[in-house]
Design a protein around this ligand. Sequence first.
Ligand SMILES: [Zn+2]
Ligand SMILES: [Zn+2]
Length: 432
Amino acid sequence: MKNKKQNIKLRIPKQLHEKMLLDLNRTHPFAYERVGFLFTKTVKLSDGVTLIIAIDYIPVDDKDYIDDKEVGAKINSDAIRTAMQGTLEKDCGCFHVHLHDHSGKPLPSFTDSKSLPGIVNSFNNIATKHTNGFLILSRNAFYSSLKMESISVVGYPFILQYPGKGGIKDLMFDRQSFLGVNSQFLFENIKVGIVGYGGGGSHIGQQLAHIGVKNITIFDDDKIEITNLNRLIGGVFSDVKNAIFKIYIAKRVITRIFPKVNLTLIAKKWQLDPNELQKCDILFGGVDSYTERQQLESECRRFLMPLIDVGMDVYDTDGYSMSGQVILSMPGLPCMSCYGFLTEEKLAKEAAKYGNAGGRPQVVWPNGVLASTAVGVFVDLVTGWTRSNEGVYLSYDGNSGKIIDHVRKQFATEKCNHFRIENAGKPNYTKI
Ligand SMILES: [Zn+2]
Ligand SMILES: [Zn+2]
């Protein structure tokens, strides 16, 4: 297995990352450094991609440190036994973690390289199905004993580390350098998924190409029809005549803007190729129904992917009213049910009229407003340029043209109880 080419992606929820930093920063009566254990689920995807998802963290007890002035932190066998017990109970793997308290990329010390592989080996002997290793944290970066394609802290702002990849400079993006020196590198490496290439998704795809997002996966199983021409960006009349898949319109538009792009086009529902979805670091959802949103959100929570959902509706209530929303569903933070956007009532109503819902009214300009807003949320998430963004539930009033925080946003519970971090990486969920 060691010699096979494999791409490992490690995802750590921000809550756990903060918990680790807080714990490892505490002083100990005699040890210079602290140690902890990060529990992880391993998920094998297609094409040799392995996802490692962090689900829990335990600190080493004060009494389990051995007084040894030669090394920063020496722990006894009780500490290791407790961690092993944890891996057995949770059926997961384990990473030994400690902190080098500086910014930038940490490197293992001589004692780290000498002593830590032995501890990892003892985990390899008991948690054989899972991936074990050691991680060294700095304040904002990681060293991993396993060669990783990416290490990410999922939250705002996203921490994205691509070990072994160097930066590039492209004049095409000269006018967006205010986003930070690293922004172009991040856009080159992050993998972004778009579910649904319709009125919303087609605006999003086009804009991602302009920004320089290089790895884009698009899911849409529809062919363009005459009724789509009023809003499908890049769709032209001859496409309708030729009945081409919408993903080919995506390909034409995106590669013309940004030829370097690395597109993965899936002419299926994402449920039929979930591995391609799970490889994405972040998702845009432009789906039509509440049920589809609920399914997509569950999947995104399970694999620690932020989901930016856009949608609009036109209601006939004593004159037409147009409304829409942009919701960021961030693992660990309020979900669409917490926000009161997805409710049992709405889902039941939708299920009841399933089949005779008919074509819903859609137009190009509100889709443009909502998609642009969603892309702005994405850029901020990746670059952190506004330095303030915890939870997004924006409400669009298409009649007045206003976008404001949704009134229900303030009432959402701080923590989501529908999807728990401990349950990430596996399919069973507690639905409240
Ligand atoms: Zn160290
Ligand atoms: Zn929730």
